[in-house]
Design a protein around this ligand. Structure first.
Ligand SMILES: NC(=O)c1ccc[n+]([C@@H]2O[C@H](COP(=O)([O-])OP(=O)(O)OC[C@H]3O[C@@H](n4cnc5c(N)ncnc54)[C@H](O)[C@@H]3O)[C@@H](O)[C@H]2O)c1
Length: 344
């Protein structure tokens, strides 16, 4: 069954209407009418520009290098030239990078203008556009500067995913699997049965996967909008994943290995059953994602040591006490090193 699915998400700092299955051209219908300023990147403009809603277009660069202070400054200059008011709406159309920059720019321009997001990658639809976090990189470190701002609307047009590379689809799938692991065993079973349909971009299955993923992330964010505790469970697979990513893997691959390691470490510490561990690893494998650490564990831990989230030698490592039952365990890198040596 396919059709528009709508979620109304209430956050302390605003309400977001998420529409899954709607059409990209419809964002301009939002009442009350106001001027839309579109922020996008060159790829997305080339592929989808004809379907963009009316409004001046600001084109930013692609890739993590564009998630920069210089890029934000250039966008501010364009907003000045366009005489953009805080009652105008910035519409970010693109992947997680465009969404993050649109979020930051909209929350700081004249102390906050309106914001809508049209995420165009699976990762952005199922994850990055939801939850209100935004930001840019500084001094080679990710997301060093940012704010929290909820968009008024997130419109996920599933049809735009047809032009995504398989690697990009897998990046999104890794986060969707993560959401299932931390919140919903039956969703993980659904993914187990339907991974091929998702990779083949079957519309109804894709919409359900995005819908459930958005719902899980939103529920967790609603409990902890400013990331003071509960939201940490969203970091499953990411603590080691970020370090693994720095060794040259793409984000989805690195997070997948991070999740598989976290599941194995949870099993080794008697928290997660053998069968559940095997199920998580099997779903990741079916998605075509790696689950083994191919690079030297010592190197990964050395990189992890510079993580901005390490405090007094300890980091909050997300483990599982069952599928859907995450637990944050303050752990030293030495302890994790012991786990990794045992896992082999
Ligand atoms: N704010 C959050 O909560 C949050 C959560 C997760 C990730 N993120 C951020 O998201 C970023 C990664 O996002 P991403 O994976 O979407 O990467 P991305 O934004 O770089 O997009 C990946 C590539 O796909 C292209 N693209 C976009 N839509 C396309 C389409 N429909 N067809 C073909 N190509 C398309 C883009 O031009 C880009 O080259 C990271 O910077 C990460 O930090 C933020």
């Amino acid at each position: 069954m396919s059709g528009v699915r709508e979620l109304e998400l209430d956050f302390k700092n605003g309400r977001t209407i998420v529409e899954i299955g709607g059409s990209l051209g419809r964002i301009g219908d939002l009442p009350p009418n106001c001027r839309n300023i579109i922020l996008t990147d060159g790829n997305v403009r080339r592929l989808q520009g004809k379907r963009f809603p009316e409004g001046p277009i600001i084109e930013m660069g692609e890739g993590e290098e564009s998630k920069s202070f210089e890029q934000v400054r250039e966008i501010f200059s364009e907003l000045l030239e366009l005489d953009v008011k805080r009652t105008d709406r910035l519409v970010g159309i693109g992947g997680g990078i465009v969404c993050d920059i649109a979020g930051f720019v909209s929350s700081t321009w004249m102390r906050g203008m309106r914001l809508a997001l049209l995420p165009t990658t699976l990762l952005a639809q199922a994850d990055a556009a939801i939850g209100g976090k935004n930001g840019f990189n500084l001094g080679g470190r990710k997301n060093m500067v940012g704010t929290f701002k909820q968009p008024e609307k997130v419109l996920c047009d599933v049809d735009v995913l047809a032009t995504l590379e398989q690697d990009e689809l897998r990046n999104g799938l890794a986060e969707i699997i993560k959401h299932a692991c931390i919140a919903d065993a039956s969703f993980l079973e659904f993914l187990d049965r339907n991974i091929d349909a998702i990779l083949a971009d079957q519309r109804a299955i894709m919409e359900k996967a995005i819908h459930d993923s958005v719902q899980i992330k939103a529920r967790i964010v609603q409990q902890d909008e400013l990331e003071s505790g509960k939201r940490m469970v969203l970091n499953l697979g990411h603590t080691l994943g970020h370090a693994i990513e720095s060794t040259g893997l793409n984000h989805g691959e690195a997070v997948s290995i991070g999740m598989a390691l976290s599941a194995r470490i949870s099993m080794r510490r008697g928290k997660l059953g053998e069968e559940e561990t095997a199920r998580i690893i099997s779903v990741l494998k079916k998605a075509g994602l790696p689950t083994e650490l191919e690079v030297d564990a010592g190197r990964v831990l050395e990189i992890a040591r510079s993580d901005k989230k390490i405090r007094e030698g300890k980091l909050n490592f997300v483990m599982l006490e069952g599928i859907g039952k995450p637990v944050v365990v303050p752990t030293t890198l030495e302890e994790i090193s012991g786990d990794l040596n045992d896992i082999g």
